[in-house]
Structures are given as structure tokens and as C-alpha cells.
Design a protein around this ligand. Structure first.
Ligand SMILES: Cc1ncc(COP(=O)(O)O)c(C=O)c1O
Length: 430
């Protein structure tokens, strides 16, 4: 077995940047080599209770036996990527998806959330004949140019409302012309959204309904309803990016909790419990642009690996588990146990914001309403030290302040109690 240092050195030698997603880069000398249920094991044999869940897909825990068996079964049955026509398994998955999320009249299946958001924006542009896109600061919708603003910009300047922020790119290489049609406003700020809709030819507003890439920042009462009303008035397609919230907080997504119907939704992550699969779904009249016979109006859907049988088998098996009686109640009871325990430990040093099994400790005195609120009030240094101290004791949170924690169905009550015990010890030392 290679040692941690040998593995890191080899990756640095052959992989540009040393990791295959920059979002995964940490300065910790840890390389994970195994994962099972709620546990991770590193190359030195040390075990951790995992609350990172690979940025949230592992809702059932790692290497769930039923998901692994479903993928193995698919291979034994000779399901393959044939790439001609449809398949029985993708038809079954689409049926399950439309049945699980009532707002999906039709779906399309991709490999990653970024592909799905790119296609959702393209659909919205084709449907409206307009080009501009509005999105909040503190949201993440993937790595591509059309959503490529910095997620946690520290040099964002003071609060602007009603109005927009200068575009701070997430990457070099995004064309100036693209930036001109992307408008960045605060979350929970309807005045700014309205100002953008009045000023520009806006095709869509894309947002996570709960911001879960800067922890867990919930929508204010009436905010999502307000977005729906503004989109209706101005002919703008409302896209809910449920890549993180979808299937994790409820079978039918956060849209079933807030009661607001988006025109299009995007899902990924938990839908296949860690296998690469994402989807778009929504209103028939928009989704049918994928099947338009007039080629000038048709939106192309394409991808060699779309509907890959291994991921589709994983997604079908995942949905079958999520649809069993009591699944979400059990997950909620585990998540609430952690929430209660952490609240008790933190006292007035932190607040816990939670959306089902997704949670975040903010070292401030209230649950934030947007990125400015986090930036101005959260103790980032303390958060970093807190995460590193927990990791040292075997509780793995991603070592970056404000990153969402995820409880999985594999976490037992005793895992939660152990987490609380160690958190209490850690907090006493900080
Ligand atoms: C809300 C949201 N949308 C889209 C994406 C992009 O998904 P992917 O990384 O699968 O491309 C992410 C990834 O973290 C996400 O959190």
C-alpha cells in the first residue's frame, strides 16, 4: 500500500493541480482509500465518521449494499451503453422520477449537475428568445461559463439593493461577452430581481431554493413565492437548482416543502447516491423543445454517456429505497438528534441552520439571510479551527468554513451520539 505522502506526490506529479476537482483541494495530508456506510478510512488506517458525503450525494451512506448489488446486477444482466435508441432501464428511471416529483411532466437525463444546469439555461433561452440570466451570490450551479460567478467572494463590496454586483468570475477564461449577460444579486432580495427583470431581457432566474454551497441559507418567508410572481409577470423561466436539496430534504424536492412550482428543476447528487447522474425536468411546453420538429426551435440534448446503465441502475435502486415508508422520517429523527445536541453544546457561540439532513454551524448569533450576512458576521477563523479539530478526532467535515454537513441514512443514533461527545470535547478546547 502506498503511503499518504507517496500518493499525494504521485498525484502532484501527474495530475494538473494534484486533484481532479479544484473544489476538493485541501491542505490536509489525508488520502481516503475506503468508505463504507457512515465511515471513511484513510491510507494510514485511521477511521472517520463522514459528514462531508463527497459534497452531499451519499444520502444512503457509502457503498450501500443494495445500490452496489443493483449496479452489479445490471452488469451481470449485460446492460450496456449501446448508444442507439432508448433502453428499458432509462424508461423505468424516467417513470420513477416523474412519479416521485409531481412538478416534472417530462425529464432528461445527464451525468452531472453542471451539464443539467447548462441545458436548463439553454432551454430557457430557446423558450423565451431572451439571453440574460439572473442568479444569487452565494449560489453554485456548476463550473460552466453561464453560471461561473465566484461562490464565496470576499471582495464583493457593500450591500446593494436594488441593484447588481460586479461579476467576479469563478475561473479565468470566461468570455467578457458571457459576463455581460449574467446578473448577480443578493439571495432573498426581490427588489434586485425585479430591477434586473426590468432592465435586461432575462431568459431565466436560476437559484438553489436553499443556498447549500455556503452552508444552509434558507429562503425568507415569501421570497420563493415572490420569485414565482416576478417570473410570471416578466416572462422569465424560474429554474430551481435542486442538485443539493433534491431527494435529500424530501422525495419531491424542496419545491414540495415550499409549495412553489418552478418552470424547470435540476437534480443530481442524492438521486443516484454517489453515482454520476443528474436530470432536468419540468413543464411540458418547455421540455418539449428537446423534441421540437422545427429544427430552428429544437434544443439539442446529447451526450455519449447520458443514461449510462450503471448510474441508471444506481438511481433506480436509490429511488426505490427513498420511496419506502418512513425513510425520510427516520433520516429526520437522526438529523434532529444531531441538531438538538449541537445546539445544546454551542449555547450562544453558534447557531445551527438545517434543511432536513443538510446542516451547518454558523459561528454568529443568527441564521444568515445571504452571503453578505455570512461574510459580515460568521467567525471564519473559528470555523476553520473547529473543523480541523474535529477531523483530528475522527469527525470529517470538509475543512472549509461554511461547507454544508450531511447526515446519511447510514448514520446510527450511536454515530450521532459519538459525534456529539467529540464535538463537546473539541469545543471545550477552542
Ligand atoms: C446546487 C448545485 N448545482 C449544481 C452543481 C454542479 O453539479 P456537478 O458537480 O455534478 O456538476 C452543484 C455541485 O456541487 C451544486 O451544489
Amino acid at each position: 500500500m502506498n503511503t499518504t505522502q507517496q500518493i499525494i506526490e504521485k498525484s502532484n506529479r501527474y495530475i494538473a493541480g494534484g486533484v481532479v476537482s479544484l473544489n476538493r483541494k485541501t491542505d490536509l495530508p489525508i488520502v481516503f482509500v475506503k468508505a463504507q456506510g457512515s465511515r471513511l478510512k484513510d491510507a494510514e488506517g485511521k477511521e472517520y465518521l463522514d459528514y462531508h458525503a463527497a459534497f452531499a450525494p451519499h444520502l444512503l451512506g457509502h457503498n450501500h449494499p443494495k445500490i452496489n448489488a443493483a449496479v452489479a446486477h445490471a452488469m451481470e444482466e449485460c446492460w450496456s451503453l449501446v448508444g442507439s435508441g432508448t433502453t428499458p432501464w432509462e424508461a423505468r428511471l424516467a417513470e420513477l422520477l416523474c412519479d416521485s416529483v409531481p412538478n416534472l411532466d417530462l425529464v432528461q437525463i445527464f451525468n452531472s449537475g453542471s451539464e443539467a444546469t447548462a441545458n436548463a439555461i439553454r432551454l430557457a433561452r430557446a423558450f423565451t428568445g431572451k439571453d440574460h440570466v439572473v442568479m444569487p451570490i452565494g449560489g453554485y450551479n456548476g463550473w460552466h461559463d453561464e453560471v461561473g460567478r465566484a461562490v464565496m467572494p470576499i471582495n464583493v463590496g457593500s450591500r446593494v439593493s436594488a441593484g447588481e454586483y460586479p461579476f467576479i468570475p469563478i475561473s479565468a477564461g470566461i468570455p467578457e461577452s458571457t459576463k455581460q449577460r449574467l446578473h448577480i444579486v443578493n439571495f432573498n432580495d426581490l427588489e434586485s430581481v425585479e430591477a434586473m427583470f426590468k432592465k435586461y431581457p432575462v431568459a431565466c432566474l436560476i437559484t438553489e431554493p436553499v443556498l447549500q454551497n455556503i452552508g444552509v441559507v434558507p429562503p425568507a418567508p415569501g421570497y420563493l413565492e415572490g420569485l414565482r410572481a416576478l417570473c410570471d409577470v416578466h416572462g422569465v423561466v424560474l429554474i430551481f437548482d435542486e442538485v443539493k436539496t433534491g431527494f435529500r430534504c424530501a422525495l419531491s424536492g424542496y419545491q414540495s416543502i415550499c409549495g412553489v412550482k418552478p418552470d424547470l428543476s435540476v437534480f443530481g447528487k442524492a438521486v443516484a447516491n454517489g453515482w454520476p447522474l443528474a436530470l432536468i425536468g419540468g413543464k411540458r411546453e418547455i421540455m418539449e423543445l428537446f423534441a421540437e420538429t422545427d429544427l430552428r426551435k429544437r434544443v439539442l440534448v446529447a451526450g455519449t454517456y447520458n443514461g449510462h446503465p450503471a448510474s441508471v441502475a444506481a438511481a433506480i435502486a436509490t429511488l426505490e429505497i427513498l420511496r419506502t415508508e418512513g425513510f425520510y422520517q427516520d433520516l429526520e429523527s437522526r438529523s434532529a438528534r444531531l441538531h438538538r445536541g449541537l445546539t445544546d453544546i454551542f449555547g450562544n457561540r453558534a447557531v445551527i441552520s438545517r434543511n432536513g439532513s443538510a446542516f451547518c454551524a454558523y459561528f454568529m448569533n443568527h441564521i444568515p439571510c445571504d452571503w453578505h450576512d455570512v461574510l459580515e458576521n460568521h467567525d471564519f477563523d473559528f470555523d476553520k479551527r473547529y473543523r480541523l479539530a474535529l477531523i483530528k478526532c475522527g469527525i470529517y467535515h470538509f475543512p472549509l468554513p461554511c461547507k454544508q454537513g450531511s447526515v446519511s441514512a447510514a448514520h446510527t443514533d450511536s454515530d450521532i451520539d459519538r459525534t456529539l461527545e467529540l464535538t463537546r470535547e473539541v469545543m471545550a478546547t477552542l
